[in-house]
Design a protein around this ligand. Structure first.
Ligand SMILES: [Zn+2]
Length: 317
């Protein structure tokens, strides 16, 4: 107890959406390198994730969505065997290769295992170094580099299988977690708090369309100090009133000022501050339980430094 788990799997490195795509395997490599260089890996307990079961994925997704992705993967593999191209595009931003299905199952499997380990007290908290990310994946649709909604699967797993009554999802990715919202809106066992650049991809999100959503849209070029103030004003009172028994984090690091995927101005210290604030909440209400799931973050150096800052707070080193 007190330790931080680090959940990942080598299959997450095999999913690839084509040359030059920003959501690339090198993202996980950059994080791993940073942990080794800084010695932070010594403070973490590493776990290789088992694949999620289809029943796990279907906690958050329609069966047809799951079957469609599996079918497309089978067709792609057959086409490749006949000399066809190694990718199938689902939309202009989002493609599968022959390993996407396996990587997506390992990613969801990592958050399921991390949630089990944290609820059962094996770890105080956990970070899932996973890709593909999840927070744009809707109940019946892949989009925005996402196929299965890892954080929403973890939330449903915690309430439906572990019987938790209140689970919070905290999303600090630069983009609105439209997929998570699609899956959890109206489920009062789950509170979702987020900030995101607006107007921006994937549009929407400017209104909190259900009582369990706290959406904080912010304009481009908002800096970390302003974000901290908004978190104190908008997130914290709702989290205190909700008293979550588990905090799940959609940890995207693309709001970093060096990340040109978005135009917000956060730096490593802001991610450390947000993490510490969430740790305070978790210590007060949730026995310290936090499961953090990697979402975006595309400037490899900024991503690696930000994950380090996040993990130093989680692991208390
Ligand atoms: Zn993002």
């Amino acid at each position: 107890m007190g330790a931080t788990g680090y959940f990942t799997h080598s299959d997450c490195l095999k999913h690839d959406m084509g040359p030059g795509h920003p959501e690339c395997p090198a993202r996980l490599g950059a994080i791993e390198d940073r942990l080794l260089i800084t010695g932070l890996d010594m403070a973490l307990t590493r776990r290789e994730a088992a694949p999620a079961a289809l029943a796990d994925i279907e906690l958050a997704h329609d069966r047809m969505h799951v079957a469609a992705l599996r079918g497309l993967t089978d067709v792609l593999r057959e086409d490749m065997a006949a000399g066809g191209p190694p990718y199938t595009n689902l939309d202009p931003d989002t493609a599968i290769n022959a390993y996407t299905w396996d990587a997506a199952l390992r990613s969801a499997g990592a958050v399921i295992e991390a949630t089990d380990a944290v609820i059962e007290g094996e770890f105080e908290n956990a970070f899932c170094a996973i890709r593909p990310p999840g927070h744009h994946a809707c109940r019946d649709k892949a989009m925005g580099f996402c196929f299965f909604n890892n954080v929403a699967i973890a939330a449903k797993h915690a309430v439906e299988r572990h019987g938790l009554k209140r689970v919070a999802i905290v999303d600090f990715d630069v983009h609105h977690g439209n997929g998570t919202e699609d899956i959890v809106a109206g489920d009062d066992r789950i509170l979702m708090v987020s900030f995101f650049q607006h107007p921006f991809f994937p549009e929407g999100g400017s209104q909190s369309n259900a009582a369990n959503l706290v959406n904080v849209p912010v304009p481009a070029y908002t800096k970390g100090m302003d974000i901290r103030e908004l978190i104190e004003m908008m997130w914290i009172p709702r989290l205190e009133a909700f008293q979550p028994e588990l905090i799940l984090i959609s940890a995207g690091f693309d709001a970093h000022r060096e990340d040109d995927m978005g135009q917000l101005g956060l730096v490593e210290q802001d991610y450390a501050w947000i993490t510490l604030r969430m740790k305070d909440m978790a210590n007060r209400y949730a026995k310290g339980r936090i499961v953090s799931c990697l979402e975006g973050g595309y400037n490899l150096s900024a991503l690696a430094r930000s994950v380090e800052a996040h993990l130093r707070v989680l692991a208390d080193v």
